[in-house]
Design a binder for this molecule. Structure first.
Ligand SMILES: Nc1ncnc2c1ncn2[C@@H]1O[C@H](COP(=O)(O)OP(=O)(O)OP(=O)(O)O)[C@@H](O)[C@H]1O
Ligand SMILES: [Mg+2]
Length: 140
C-alpha cells in the first residue's frame, strides 16, 4: 500500500484508526508496530481486535509475550520488548504463528526486524505531545 500519515488526538482516535487498518489487513500476516513507550501501540491493537470481532478485552502482553484473541480472524498480539534474539523467537513459536493464518500484531518490532515476513504492514508511532500521535502506515 502507499504510505499514509495520520494524526490522532486521543486514544479513541488511535483505536478508530486501528479499526480502519484491520479492514485492510487481509493480505498481511503481520502488523508490525514501531515506536516508544506509551506511543499508542496497545491502544491501536484494541481497535484492530474489535474490528475483527474479538470480544475479550485487550491487555498488554508485557509479561506473557503473546495474547491471543478469537474473532472473525484470530488475532495474536505480541510484545517483543524482552525478545533479544532468534532463540527467543523460536521459544515462543513465532514461525508457527506466522503460518497459522492469524493476524500477528507486534509491539516493539524494532527487536525482531529480520524475522518479519514480506506480508507485513508497518505502523510507526511518534509522540508529538501528551495527546497527539503521528502514525505512519506503509508496507514493510
Ligand atoms: N492520540 C493518542 N493515541 C493513543 N494513546 C494516547 C493518545 N493520547 C494519549 N494517549 C495515552 O498514551 C498512552 C498509550 O498507551 P499504550 O499502552 O497504547 O502505549 P504502547 O505504545 O502500547 O506502550 P508500551 O510500549 O509501553 O506497550 C495511554 O496512556 C493513552 O491514554
Ligand atoms: Mg503496549
Amino acid at each position: 500500500m502507499e504510505k499514509q500519515t495520520y494524526i490522532t488526538c486521543s486514544p479513541e482516535e488511535t483505536e478508530a484508526l486501528g479499526a480502519a487498518i484491520a479492514l485492510m489487513a487481509e493480505p498481511y500476516k503481520v502488523i508490525a508496530m514501531f515506536g516508544g513507550l506509551g506511543s499508542g501501540k496497545t491502544a491501536m491493537t484494541r481497535g484492530i481486535a474489535a474490528a475483527l470481532g474479538c470480544v475479550d478485552p485487550v491487555s498488554s502482553p508485557t509479561y506473557t509475550i503473546v495474547n491471543e484473541y478469537r474473532g472473525r480472524r484470530r488475532v495474536c498480539h505480541f510484545d517483543m520488548y524482552r525478545i533479544e534474539d532468534q532463540e527467543g523467537l523460536w521459544e515462543i513459536g513465532w514461525e508457527d504463528y506466522l503460518e497459522s493464518g492469524a493476524l500477528c500484531v507486534v509491539e516493539w518490532s524494532e527487536n525482531v526486524l529480520s524475522a518479519l515476513p514480506r506480508e507485513t504492514l508497518r505502523v510507526s508511532f511518534e509522540t508529538v505531545d501528551d495527546e497527539t500521535r503521528r502514525i505512519t502506515v506503509e508496507d514493510l
